[in-house]
Ligand binder design. Sequence first.
Ligand code: ATP
Length: 603
Amino acid sequence: MNQSLKQKLKGVFRFLPALRLVWQASPVWTTTHVVLIIIQGIIPIILLYLTKLIIDTVTVSVTTTNKESLFQKLVFFIILTGVATLINVFCSAIGELVKTAQSRKVTDYMSSILHAKSIEVDLEYYENPQYFDTLQRAQQEAIYRPNIILGNLVWVAQNFISLVTMVGLLLSLHWGIGGILFVAAIPSVLVRIKFTEILFHWQRKQTAMERQGQYLSWLLTGDNFAKEIRLFNLGNIFSQQYDTLRKKLYQENLNISTKRSFANVAAQSLAALLMLAAYSYIIYQAFLGIIRIGDLVIYREALQRGQSALTGLLGSLSSLYEDNLFLSNLYEFLDLKPNIVQPANPKPVPKPIQKGIVFERVSFQYANSQRQAIKDINLTLGAGEVIALVGENGSGKTTLIKLLCRLYEPTSGNITVDGINLNQLDTTAWRREVSVIFQDYVKYHFTAAENIRLGNVEIPANDQSVVSAAMLSGAHDVITRLPQSYHTVLGKLFNQGEELSIGQWQKVALARAFLRKSQIIVLDEPTSAMDPKAEYEVFENFRQLIKGQAAILISHRLSTVKMADRIYVMDQGSIVESGTHEELIQLQGSYAYLFETQAQNYR
Ligand SMILES: Nc1ncnc2c1ncn2[C@@H]1O[C@H](COP(=O)(O)OP(=O)(O)OP(=O)(O)O)[C@@H](O)[C@H]1O
């Protein structure tokens, strides 16, 4: 057997993981769903059999004198027919409810699996377009495919039983008729499998384009972009780009669908001709008097039912193949492994940190980049020390912080805390000790109190420490002026939300950092959007604010970092100067030059 056929067959039977997901999502609804489908599959056969019994009884009654017992029998069969019909009606009515409930459960379960995986993977994945393609494909399939697999398996069973019965009947007439049934069904199945594969590969190729379309649509409809799109009059341009993209996708899809339709016409015409030949043979047998008119009717019925059972069976088998092919998109996503590995036996995080954090010849290059973002960095942050990183845009300051938080692994060199390499610590436990507010901090569209509490979710809601943190960052005054004070929803996304200015948002984010009970605090341009008074208040009493935490400050305003114990000046990924403010001024290097330039602007 050639390799690809083997793989295809393997694909057909790789439905167990999907069934497991369906089962895990909702064992009770799934069982009920299957039981109902089975009952609904059996009842038509029972009804058919009861009809036969009724006809037989009526036929006998015509020639019998003792009609009373036959009448009782007849009444009994009619009652049974009524009961079976009622059960059928009940099952289909309840079936709708069960189907809806079960598929909603599966949908929600699959969403939570996708969410869990999205959190588990490293930040690095989020800088990789292929990751988003994989995620998009997984999202498309995960929601409904597992349920369809379940349905298709039940269909396979139902059609198989039906087929065996009908083929048995037809074989009694001529073996060739059974054969024709099979031959007639094959072309349609081949067409389906072929076009499923074509569509699958086309969709995989088009994911990036689909996402580009979604991005344009997001630009056109998202609140973040509404201002600029209007002012730069970009609406029509983006909208045209979107239309061009969608037209291309539509055209390619239509081409495949058209080809598939023609192939289907050819396959189904061939099947119809073969069935006509079989039917003609049955008619001819009746014409010759070999079979009776009654037989003709039965065989025709068996032929039709047999054909629909076989088409159904092969159809559900090829659907299973299709489902599995497309579900590989989901498995591909679920199989992603984080690059940052957790140590098997993590060492405890030092509490309190005694000696401090040391960067030893640390270099790092982003996976999607040709250049080193930081090179050969040596840096020390002693316990309770405040250090500052300054340098031009792109000099590597934020990257250094990301390495400290173990969002990435250094390409070379070591980062240690009290002599223990960060890769020997449990990542979550380590991150608990670092409180970071990045430049692109998150504006949560939750209440003001929740926005701050997210810095330390271990404290209860409405804890007084939220207010204390807000006071330290200057957010308290902003929040108390809001209509519902700390209970006001921030942002404009939800009803009664109150939008803040960028500087006000920054104060809220800073409060989040202050709330966290960590040993290290990292503020990446924390006051860049604050007014001078607010900024002054933060840095004036900075050491009291951080209460003995070690701190790393990143700022372009050198006046704010003057008080640091040590200032590191970065340039193109390297540290080019370091020392206290006074030492660096005396050095008369790039720091002194920058400081002097900024100071002149304020004179
Ligand atoms: N996710 C990324 N993937 C690839 N390259 C990146 C990524 N993030 C940053 N870089 C590159 O790494 C270098 C350092 O960036 P980094 O953000 O650390 O600079 P920075 O000093 O914090 O700059 P700024 O002052 O503008 O905040 C830059 O050349 C940047 O282009």
